[in-house]
Design a protein. Structure first.
Length: 458
């Protein structure tokens, strides 16, 4: 039953047959395999290699196969190794001799490259849509919290006040870059390999440009060796998926940290949390933790395919069969994350009063005191030194800078006047950072407008 059986006198060893089969993985490519075969039949007819009647018979047979696959009645034969051979074998069972002509001038090497590229183009569009939904959810929460102060952090230490809206918009802009990468990946996958055959190009007068238009490709592969041995499009998707996973992991890390009693900045809805089997009081942010954890899968899938490809001579090698499990796993992982993330974000309860309280603690406006002195004419390095001594003084007395009397503050610099306390408030600190991209509420509103345009575009 093998398509290549004429050369062999022994049946495949059952263990070897199971080991080399890819059907269990590549079966998901069947819609694209059918689409490619239908287009190839039309190309063969244009080249005079099929009669119009044969082409119609093949097309009708492939549509029948498509219906069986769609409704779950298709009978798979694992010994036929892959989805391509299963489709071809069933086609021949249904229509007889014309089915044996379909593979004229093509190879499973260019067939799988075609199927993967068609699949990837579809996937990239879906990922872009999923990212847009996540951005939309973040935008909604950012719009609610443009004026809500919270501590900003460096080194996980309280640094300066920011607004929650500003913080959430950071992820909107990260995901905008992720969308750009997915779109660029789709663009570079938009090259048709069919007609490259096994490695040297088809020996028949196939109009590949017409075939590419038929299949919706923007271009035709210019080199048959490269076309069948290239998996850059898979690797680029896996790299983009890994970067997206990193961004989503950082968002999840923020949320899981903020939900702790030590922070108390956010509460997860019951629908997106779980409990403990032993501790009745626990409410765990498992959805966010798993989003964070799944970044490891996305990284591993990229490294797996890079490692598979790194030492392969041209052109096709069976090692390349190992690209599909990591590829499909990354698709499934991103699909799962992007399905659960928007409703989870919408369900969060932000404890903005607790955030505001924390935003003014831990000398968060110390830089504002230095900036105040700079505006009075003191060089910044000297101002930094002055404020550092003032912070140490306040810390030793268990006070905040804003709690020190004017006389004590003036002991560090005579440039400090009665207006200093107004400059040390959280709201003043936020208002001062009104530059483009800053955390002042006015600047955040401008960024929100820009972010909405980015989300709505493309």
């Amino acid at each position: 039953m093998k398509t290549w059986g004429g050369r062999f006198t022994q049946r495949a060893d059952p263990a070897a047959e199971r080991f080399t089969a890819s059907l269990g993985v590549d079966v998901r490519l069947w819609p694209h395999d059918i689409a490619g075969s239908l287009a190839w039949a039309r190309a063969l007819a244009r080249a005079g290699l099929l009669t119009d009647a044969e082409a119609r018979t093949i097309a009708d047979g492939l549509e029948a196969v498509r219906r069986e696959l769609a409704d779950g009645t298709f009978v798979f034969h694992p010994e036929l190794e892959d989805i391509h051979t299963n489709v071809e074998r069933r086609l021949t069972e249904l229509i007889g001799a014309p089915g044996g002509k379909l593979h004229t001038g093509r190879s499973r090497n260019d067939q799988i490259a075609l199927d993967e590229r068609l699949y990837l183009k579809e996937v990239c569009g879906r990922i872009v849509d999923g990212l847009r939904l996540a951005q939309t959810a973040l935008l909604a929460r950012a719009a609610e919290t443009v004026d809500a102060p919270m501590p900003g952090y460096t080194h996980l230490q309280r640094a300066q006040p920011v607004t929650l809206g500003h913080h959430l918009l950071a992820y909107v802009f990260m995901l905008a870059r992720d969308r750009e990468r997915a779109l660029a990946c789709r663009e570079r996958a938009d090259v048709m390999p069919l007609g490259s055959a096994a490695l040297a190009g088809t020996a028949f007068a196939i109009d590949r440009e017409a075939l590419a238009r038929d299949l919706g490709f923007a271009a035709v592969s210019p080199n048959s060796l490269d076309a069948v041995s290239d998996r850059d499009y898979v690797l680029e998707f896996l790299a983009a998926a890994a970067i997206t996973g990193m961004h989503l992991s950082r968002l999840a890390a923020d949320l899981t940290l903020w939900t702790t009693a030590e922070f108390g900045f956010v509460a997860f809805a019951d629908a997106f949390a779980t409990g403990s089997s032993i501790m009745p009081q626990k409410k765990n942010p498992d959805v966010a933790e798993l989003i964070r954890g799944k970044s490891g899968r996305l990284y591993g899938n990229l490294v797996a395919v890079l490692t598979t490809m790194k030492g392969l001579p041209l052109s096709y090698n069976s090692d390349m069969q190992e690209d599909k499990e990591p590829f499909f796993d990354s698709v499934d992982t991103l699909d799962a994350i992007l399905a659960v993330l928007p409703p989870m974000l919408a369900s969060l309860t932000f404890r903005t009063e607790r955030m505001r309280e924390a935003a003014g603690q831990s000398f968060a406006t110390a830089t504002d005191l230095a900036d105040y002195l700079v505006r009075k004419g003191l060089p910044f390095r000297q101002a930094h030194e002055v404020v550092g001594r003032a912070v140490r003084h306040a810390e030793e007395r268990g006070r905040g800078l804003e709690e020190l009397p004017l006389e004590e503050l003036r002991s560090f610099s005579t440039l400090i006047d009665a207006d200093v306390h107004a400059a040390l408030s959280v709201d003043a600190s936020l208002r001062a950072r009104a530059v483009t991209g800053g955390t002042a509420p006015a600047a955040v509103r401008e960024a929100l407008t820009l972010a909405r345009r980015l989300v709505d575009a493309g």
